[in-house]
Design a binder for this molecule. Structure first.
Ligand code: SF4
Ligand code: SF4
Length: 136
């Protein structure tokens, strides 16, 4: 049976220039659709992929990615904002790869649209007062 799953891959610096993802088609018969890709200032890579293929090939492909040193996260988690902690500093606005944060003109408050969030965790790590958190 064919499945389609969205995952977030975090590439440590030493893996960024390696053709790791292309092997998913070549060696594991998985199709992938890159939904987002970025490299952070610290040179850690981030890629959001939709993988399609047979379950057994998907499982083998995920194992291969883990063994290659990538950190893999499924999109079944949520990121939530603690409204009491957010200081509306705006640090997350440019950092978020999907534009989930916007500055409200009149109030100068930072709005969070969780429907745009792909759980990359960048804001969770970067938010100064730790207002962003993972919910499992
Ligand atoms: S970085 Fe944190 S405190 Fe600053 S606006 Fe974003 S969620 Fe709020
Ligand atoms: S985890 Fe934060 S930075 Fe990443 S997509 Fe969601 S809101 Fe944007």
């Amino acid at each position: 049976m064919k499945i389609a799953k969205k995952i977030v891959l975090h590439f440590p610096q030493q893996t960024i220039d390696k053709p790791i993802v292309s092997a998913l088609i070549r060696d594991f018969a998985l199709d992938f659709n890159i939904l987002k890709a970025s490299i952070s200032p610290g040179e850690e890579g981030l890629m959001i992929l939709e993988l399609t293929g047979e379950q057994k090939d998907y499982d083998r492909g995920i194992k291969y990615l883990q063994e290659a040193g990538l950190d893999i996260q499924s999109l079944s988690q949520d990121v939530v904002r603690n409204e009491n902690r957010c200081t509306h500093c705006g640090a997350c606005i440019t950092l978020c790869p999907t534009g989930a944060f916007t500055l409200e003109k009149g109030t100068r408050k930072v709005k969070f649209d969780d429907t745009k969030c792909v759980v990359c965790e960048l804001c969770v790590k970067a938010c100064p007062p730790h207002a962003m958190d993972l919910r499992f």
